[in-house]
Ligand binder design. Structure first.
Ligand SMILES: Nc1ncnc2c1ncn2[C@@H]1O[C@H](COP(=O)(O)OP(=O)(O)OP(=O)(O)O)[C@@H](O)[C@H]1O
Ligand SMILES: [Mg+2]
Length: 507
């Protein structure tokens, strides 16, 4: 079943249940009230009959007669209101209606009102207790002399005791039984029930409408989320679901938005990686093709004797250089893979980093001079380092060489100091710098920010930083870069005194 119908049904069920329960409670209360009112009214009639119509003998304290005028008028009025009464004397004998007034033309079949008073009820009457009676048979057929049990002739009755009270005398002298047709009350009940039924119908329709509006409201919000989910499933991550941060559906929308933004981020990362992978394949092929083409050309020249004798030595030297370059490429690739997969063991020792840095500067001074660069080394006299000596040199050599490569006629500042449990070395140049986009990719193999810089005198292959990054991670250290395009770059490397030597395997 659709959610909207489920929700409608539950709203509707709740509203209708409340209306029905209230309705029944209302009917019951009203019924009770109707009966109580009737009994009360009958009691008042009985009181006025007692006061106005009954004559007592002051000596015998017996009912001796009736105010005939009152009875004639009263009886007719009461009968018009479908009210009947009988008067009993102290011996439970009916003294009214007597033979002169007997007969009731308004009652079908000429039946007579003759409520039967039980022994128990008579006892209670004697104890001055008024008795109310629920609908029961009180009419007797005059012709057949037996009770008439037709719904139309059932009455509710009140039995009121009669006491003679005068000059301190108080004596039970009889009772009045006064009754009203149940049907008269039922007509009132029916009227109330009809009204209630109409109210039920109206509230049913209102409940249906209300439940539809409520259900539609929440289902619309869920559908909005559903459509957004579909969009995401079909690859559209630029979707945002409105949320007022009010209820659980809003919470769901917030979670959904959070999920979409992380999906968007990973989608971008996947695309970037995929782009890098394709570039990696192209770059790797390109790096190999250049030396191979050179070698192939020279070999063909030699095979066809197309190279003059005096150039042969130079051609062979060229071939050797290209072969070395190829070997370097392959070795570096292998090296990278080995480091990445933790296949190399670091031979960590304690050595003086200060001496190493001095040596490196000395070694690279020539190259720096060629680029009109100048090293400025600021290191403490002693700089204890805990690392694999050769790998430490490899990392710094590459970073310092990069600084020369990418800056011209500038100072390259190399600073080093010890922090609590590590050594921190920074290489700052004032060269071409990098854009944030370029910075993101420099740890990838074969990445070169400037693709046109291939095969320069430094033999750039775009592997140096990828290897350095892996090596520093392997030492448990960090390598970070701050670069501003056109202003310069600063690489900061830390080697901790003890680090986790676990292989850090990416991918
Ligand atoms: N100090 C720097 N200033 C500007 N760009 C830099 C700097 N260091 C690295 N880069 C950028 O990062 C790229 C990758 O550097 P990496 O050292 O990995 O490769 P490479 O120097 O080009 O080749 P090699 O494998 O010979 O080191 C460089 O091509 C360059 O674009
Ligand atoms: Mg390099």
């Amino acid at each position: 079943m659709k959610l909207i119908y489920q929700q409608m049904l539950s709203f509707f069920a709740v509203i209708i249940t409340v209306v029905v329960v209230l309705g029944f409670a209302f009917i019951r209360t009203t019924k009770t009230m109707i009966y109580q009112n009737s009994w009360q009214q009958l009691q008042q009639y009985a009181a006025s009959i007692e006061k106005e119509a009954i004559r007592y003998n002051t000596k015998t304290h017996q009912v001796v007669g009736f105010n005939q005028q009152f009875l004639n008028d009263g009886t007719v009025i009461l009968r018009d209101q479908h009210i009947h009464f009988s008067v009993y004397d102290a011996n439970k004998k009916v003294v009214y209606p007597n033979s002169t007034v007997i007969g009731d033309a308004a009652v079908p079949g000429g039946s007579i009102y003759d409520p039967h008073i039980s022994v128990g009820d008579w006892k209670k009457l004697k104890q001055n207790k008024t008795i109310t009676q629920s609908p029961h048979v009180t009419f007797r057929s005059r012709r057949h002399d037996r009770p008439v049990n037709t719904p139309a002739l059932r009455t509710i009755d009140v039995l009121v005791p009669l006491f003679y009270k005068n000059n301190g005398v108080r004596k039970f002298v009889g009772a009045i039984s006064i009754g009203s047709f149940e049907q008269t009350l039922q007509a009132n009940e029916q009227q109330i029930e009809n009204n209630l039924f109409i109210a039920l119908l109206v509230s049913g329709v209102a409940a249906l409408l209300l439940s539809y509006i409520l259900a539609r409201y929440s289902v619309r919000r869920i559908n909005r989320l559903r459509h957004a989910t579909h969009s995401v499933a079909s690859g559209d991550f630029n979707i945002h679901v409105e949320s007022n941060h009010k209820d659980e559906i809003d919470d769901l929308a917030d979670d959904f938005n959070g999920m979409v933004s992380s999906l968007r981020a990973s989608d971008e990362e996947i695309k970037r990686q995929e782009k890098r992978r394709r570039e990696f394949m192209a770059d790797a092929a390109h790096e190999m093709r250049t030396p191979l083409t050179t070698i192939n050309g020279i070999l063909e020249g030699l095979a066809y004797d197309a190279i003059p004798e005096e150039d042969k030595a130079h051609s062979i030297e060229l071939m050797q250089n290209e072969t070395k370059r190829l070997i370097r490429l392959v070795n570096e690739n292998l090296d990278y893979e080995k480091i990445r997969t933790g296949q190399i063991a670091l031979n960590k020792t304690n050595f003086d980093g200060s001496t190493v840095l001095h040596n490196l500067v000395e070694q690279l001074d020539k190259k720096a001079a060629a680029a009109e660069d100048q090293f400025k080394l600021t290191v403490p006299e002693e700089l204890p380092v805990w690392a694999d000596y050769d790998r430490f040199v490899q990392v710094l050599f590459n970073i310092m060489q990069n600084a020369i490569q990418f800056s011209q006629d500038n100072v390259i500042e190399v600073t080093a100091h010890r922090t609590d449990h590590a050594v921190e070395i920074a290489v700052q140049d004032h060269g071409i710098g990098m854009t944030p986009e370029q910075v993101k990719n420099i740890w990838e193999r074969y990445y070169k920010a400037d693709a046109s810089r291939k095969n320069t005198k430094y033999g750039e292959s775009g592997l140096g930083l990828a290897i350095s990054h892996q090596l520093v991670q392997q030492h448990g250290g960090t390598i970070k870069v701050d670069s501003v395009a056109g202003e310069g770059t600063c690489f900061t490397i830390t080697f901790p005194d003890s680090g986790f030597d676990k292989p850090i395997v990416e991918d």
